[in-house]
Design a protein around this ligand. Structure first.
Ligand SMILES: Nc1ncnc2c1ncn2[C@@H]1O[C@H](COP(=O)(O)OP(=O)(O)O)[C@@H](O)[C@H]1O
Ligand SMILES: [Mg+2]
Length: 220
């Protein structure tokens, strides 16, 4: 199992318990959609899987590591080696060529700049943007920016890609391109966990997990 979540609760503050005893296992190579109403705890769960946050109680294991036992330094290493993250807002660095936006995804690996740039170029080629390497994010469409964000997330070849509504800000044609890239990554062996509110996209995933009021409902 690349992900094992056991009895996880997450309290954001005194009044909000966003997750109320979640159990979830994801095997290597799965493509899974997380669905559910707004405010049901989807992003909270994905952030825990991405080790961006810690559970109030319960266990989150990613690639065999119990996240609560790791130091900040070990968490950084886990994220750098095992995880790619894509958000609804693309989170690219403004004013910086997309080649370097993507190459910066490899900073942790400590490789020379020329090698980071070559791997970034290859990742951008994979998402169909090899002809735009020196463009700045604002010179690209939303769909192209999201493809850059995916290239940055996968430039280090992480086994696990987490995506929080990656098509949420895109028109349907751009959304389809982004999904085609995710499908290729899945076919190549990447495990993908994707939040979506789009039922067409959810139907297209082999497994759907529904979250309601901080608990897992249907899982099929
Ligand atoms: N950082 C935070 N501080 C306080 N409450 C939060 C925080 N993040 C999320 N919440 C609350 O937790 C609940 C679940 O939020 P979230 O996980 O973002 O849901 P979803 O992604 O399904 O829309 C909501 O009630 C939300 O307002
Ligand atoms: Mg959300």
């Amino acid at each position: 199992m690349i992900i094992e979540v056991e009895n996880v609760r997450k309290r954001h503050n005194d009044t909000v318990e966003a997750l109320r005893g979640v159990n979830l296992k994801v095997a290597e190579g799965e493509l899974l959609a997380i669905i559910g109403p707004s405010g049901s705890g989807k992003s909270t769960l994905l952030n825990l899987l991405g080790t961006l946050d810690r559970p109030t109680s319960g266990t989150v294991r990613v690639a065999g590591h119990d996240v609560s036992t790791l130091t900040d330094r070990q968490l950084s290493a886990l994220r750098a080696l095992h995880l790619g993250f894509v958000f609804q807002q693309f989170h690219l660095a403004a004013g910086i060529p997309i080649l370097d936006n993507v190459a910066d995804g490899l900073l942790y690996a400590g490789r020379p700049l020329a090698e980071r740039r070559e791997r970034a170029r290859a990742a951008l080629e994979r998402v169909g943007l090899a002809h735009r390497l020196d463009h700045r994010p604002h010179q690209l469409s939303g769909g192209e920016q999201q493809r850059v964000a995916i290239a940055r997330a996968v430039v280090g070849d992480p086994p696990l890609l987490l995506a929080d509504e990656p098509t949420g800000n895109l028109d349907s044609a751009s959304g389809r391109q982004v999904l085609a890239i995710l499908r290729e990554l899945h076919t190549a062996g990447t495990t993908i966990v994707m939040i979506t509110h789009d039922m067409d996209i959810a139907q297209w995933c082999p497994r759907r997990v529904r979250i309601q009021d901080g608990s897992i409902g249907e899982d099929a």
